[in-house]
Design a protein. Structure first.
Length: 329
């Protein structure tokens, strides 16, 4: 059932994607705001309470609904899986930005490409050189593909195998969104709205994303240049401040043969001043250089798309084989 749920969700999303401004995003923001206001009284342990209500409660509800539906009808349970996956998984939740940027660059309109990147990642790309602009687009796209496709996919498959339906997909999406929402900087005071929630949500998402990030990197290695991907993974992943991001980007850089990383602001993720700040320990220093390979060029955008789609096919084939073995067994 997991294979067909993912397949149907991806196909439906390609035909009828969620619009850029959709009710799901608005509902998530409202939910985060409500839980923060009603369950956070400022104490240390209240951050755990807020995170549990914000992330674990929706995942539990999704799994419980699946269990009830599966008791009466497998078709209803499958439909519920597809609906939840449609809302949590898919390329089209971020690819419109990527497509707009790529089309603008192919047309020679760097101004529009910079504007779209700024809208997407909320960063100032006005002074980035062309190579750095392309590098940022590639890095953000790879991370978005992981967080909107592979991360959701892996957690859905794992918890679905234990009879919890789409609970894993909701768990991953909510934990990822919480890590971004609580790090949002107040426009009034210029600091995160809640330091405790920001630190906790980012730490817990790092744990939730630990295995999926490595499986995504492994998939990139298998469908790309395996030897170079593994070499970059082992040698260059620590150059990024956040280990999960570093593993994904280093493996992809080696798989495609593109040069990623560098000291140019604003870095991989919004509000991070340096891409190449090592995250291992208090004595972390700013690293110099980047992964080996050809500096980012326009052709690498298509190479990255091919890498991601081949990886999707790889994991879908593996899931199909596992489903078939389960049926035969």
């Amino acid at each position: 059932m997991s294979f067909f749920a993912v397949l149907f969700a991806l196909l439906i999303e390609q035909v009828q994607p969620l619009p850029r401004s959709n009710w799901v995003f608005g509902a998530l923001v409202a939910w985060m705001r409500w839980t923060g206001l009603n369950f956070n009284a400022g104490r240390e342990h209240h951050a755990w309470v807020v995170w549990g209500v914000t992330v674990l409660l929706p995942a539990t509800v999704a799994g419980a609904v699946y269990g009830v539906l599966a008791h009466y009808s497998l078709l209803l349970a499958l439909a519920w899986n597809v609906v939840v996956l449609y809302l949590t998984l898919g390329f089209r939740q971020f690819s419109h930005y990527y497509t707009d940027i790529r089309d603008a660059l192919e047309a020679g309109d760097e101004t529009t490409a910079r504007q779209r990147l700024a809208e997407w990642r909320h960063l100032d790309a006005s002074e980035l050189p062309r190579t750095e602009l392309l590098r940022h687009v590639i890095e953000h796209s790879l991370l978005a593909a992981h967080r909107y496709v592979f991360g959701v996919f892996f957690w859905f498959v794992v918890l679905s195998a234990f009879g919890l339906g789409p609970a894993g997909a909701v768990l991953y999406r909510m934990s990822e969104f919480a890590s971004r929402y609580w790090a949002y900087k107040s426009r009034t005071v210029g600091v995160p709205t809640n330091d405790r929630l920001m630190a906790l949500s980012q730490r817990l998402f790092g744990l939730v994303d630990h295995v999926p990030a490595r499986l995504t990197a492994f998939g990139f290695a298998v469908v790309g240049n395996f030897e170079e991907a593994v070499t970059c993974w082992r040698r260059d992943a620590s150059l990024w401040k956040y280990p999960n991001e570093g593993i994904i980007l280093a493996a992809a850089a080696g798989a495609v043969g593109v040069q990623l990383g560098g000291a140019a602001a604003p870095g991989v993720t919004p509000d991070r001043s340096q891409t190449f700040t090592e995250g291992a320990g208090p004595d972390a220093v700013e690293a110099q250089g980047s992964t080996p390979g050809i500096p980012a060029q326009l052709g690498h955008l298509r190479s990255v798309v091919g890498l991601v789609w081949r990886s999707v096919v790889l994991w879908m084939l593996l899931l199909a084989l596992l489903s078939l073995a389960n049926l035969v067994g």
